[in-house]
Design a protein around this ligand. Structure first.
Ligand SMILES: Cc1cc2nc3c(=O)[nH]c(=O)nc-3n(C[C@H](O)[C@H](O)[C@H](O)COP(=O)(O)OP(=O)(O)OC[C@H]3O[C@@H](n4cnc5c(N)ncnc54)[C@H](O)[C@@H]3O)c2cc1C
Length: 437
């Protein structure tokens, strides 16, 4: 019998189980599907690594970089790809190093061909007073500080990063760095003083991290793939995870599931936890890959983001030329449309691509990957929801929750959160250890 059970075999669960095992505790990891890695999956086409989930990581990467290096992996700085927003039929090439979520590169926005009025707004942004409202939505925040024209250009890029509408995201929750810059002399001036921030990736694909963690865990832990946790209950000081064919018991449980799935496993035992977990909003996402022969050879990879008013069904298009001369186009979908049937998504992606290229395209192959409830949204009230959940956990010693909805956006933050939770768990286990005389 293991002392710790980790529920969920995505990167959060794998990392948690790894650190518990490294500390010398017996641990079992339960994954509902036959495959480990959750949303993270790398597939290969003509030697190219195609990511179905995470592609890179940036903010606060030290824990994740440390984990990769400990596993013998060497993350690389991600090569620059041009990021282009199509708005009002025009292509706006975003300045390199721009990350509106952290404020990086915002001062370079003045290099874009904005109207005189907008250029004046950018030049005088430091005198815009801070928000009166704490939980200001992200679209209102950017419009207020930089003007509506800048926001129209940034919105498609920011919304692709968030995986959902900026109007429903709370600025301090989704992008905590921005209100701080606002208080320190404005976004434009503040961004000048920020240290350049790298983006990291694994050259062979993020699937390499899943593989490396799984290989280590095979030696040090009990990996139970294809085992769905139906419920997590607590009785007489022990935790039980109920499975279709029985149950496992342990002193502590880490639930490393997205909030809606975590809510489900607590339904039989804790209506309170279920209620709170169900209040974390999520968006659906999907990607359609189309392989086609271009009319002219493509120069290099480019990422396009489409403004809503352009009338595309998707939100973004990534084009990658392959050695064979073919091009792989990836159309991204977010929200309700991402739930439609594969054939419909494939048709919409083809329609978007033809419209974008202004010529009919006849894909040689098409693949659709849907990821329902995959993107947590950091909506107003997020801090209150997290605090309520933490309060509920005070009455459940030995139960730990981790996942993107608690950590904030991005894999790096998620892995750092996972590390903190594992340390708390190890402290708990040390304190609950029977004391020898
Ligand atoms: C399409 C997409 C792209 C992203 N791109 C980036 C990016 O480029 N950079 C970045 O920083 N972040 C990105 N993210 C955000 C974030 O890093 C990922 O969402 C993250 O990998 C999620 O990991 P996780 O382990 O918390 O959850 P998941 O990957 O969802 O893993 C949860 C696992 O639990 C399993 N499970 C569910 N229910 C049960 C149950 N009852 N019993 C047992 N197992 C169960 C599931 O099968 C799954 O394997 C992206 C997210 C998505 C969806």
């Amino acid at each position: 019998m293991s002392r710790v059970i980790v529920v969920g075999g995505g990167l959060s669960g794998l990392a948690a189980a790894y650190w518990v095992a490294e500390a010398g505790l017996e641990v079992s990891l339960l994954e509902a599907t036959p495959r480990l890695g959750g949303h993270n999956q790398t597939v290969r086409l003509e030697g190219q690594a195609l990511e179905l989930g995470d592609e890179h990581f940036d903010e606060d990467p030290s824990t994740l970089l440390g984990l990769c290096r400990h596993l013998g992996l060497e993350p690389q700085p991600r090569p620059h790809r041009p990021q282009v927003v199509r708005w009002r039929g025009r292509d706006w090439v975003l300045p390199p190093g721009l990350n509106p979520a952290t404020g990086h590169g915002l001062h370079r926005l003045s290099t874009l061909p904005f109207s005189r009025r907008t250029r004046w707004r950018l030049a005088t942004e430091r005198w815009v007073p801070p928000a009166a409202r704490k939980d200001e939505p992200l679209d209102a925040f950017f419009c207020r500080r930089l003007g509506p024209e800048v926001w129209e250009v940034l919105a498609p890029y920011v919304e692709a990063m968030l995986g959902g509408p900026a109007g429903e995201a709370s600025t301090p929750e989704a992008c905590p760095a921005l209100p701080q810059l606002e208080l320190r002399g404005g976004l434009v001036a503040g961004s000048r003083g920020l240290r350049a921030q790298g983006q990291w990736h694994l050259a062979g694909g993020m699937g390499g991290l899943v593989q490396a963690l799984a290989t280590r865990l095979q030696q040090k832990a009990r990996l139970l793939a294809g085992q769905e946790a139906l419920a997590v209950t607590h009785r007489a000081g022990r935790w039980a995870v109920h499975l279709p064919g029985g149950r496992l018991e342990a002193e502590a449980v880490v639930v490393a599931l997205p909030a809606p799935q975590a809510a489900r496993v607590f339904r039989p035992s804790s209506p309170q936890l279920t209620t709170w977990l169900n209040q974390f909003p999520y968006q659906h996402s999907a990607k359609a890959f189309l392989l086609y022969r271009p009319a002219q050879p493509m120069e290099g990879p480019v990422d396009y983001y489409w403004a809503k008013a352009e009338g595309y069904a998707g939100t973004a298009l990534r084009q990658t030329p392959l050695d064979s001369g073919l091009v792989l186009a990836r159309v991204q979908f977010a929200g309700e449309v991402a739930r439609t049937a594969d054939t419909e998504l494939s048709r919409l992606a083809q329609q978007d691509l033809s419209r974008f290229l202004q010529a009919p395209t006849h894909p040689l192959a098409a693949w659709v990957f849907r990821q329902p409830f995959s993107r947590p949204q950091f909506a107003p009230g997020h801090t209150r929801r997290v605090a309520a959940l933490e309060q509920a956990l005070v009455h459940a010693p030995g139960l730990f929750l981790t996942g993107g909805y608690l950590a904030g956006p991005g894999l790096a933050r998620q892995i750092a959160h996972c590390h903190q939770v594992t340390r708390r768990l190890l402290n708990f286990m040390a304190l609950s250890e029977p004391q020898s005389d």
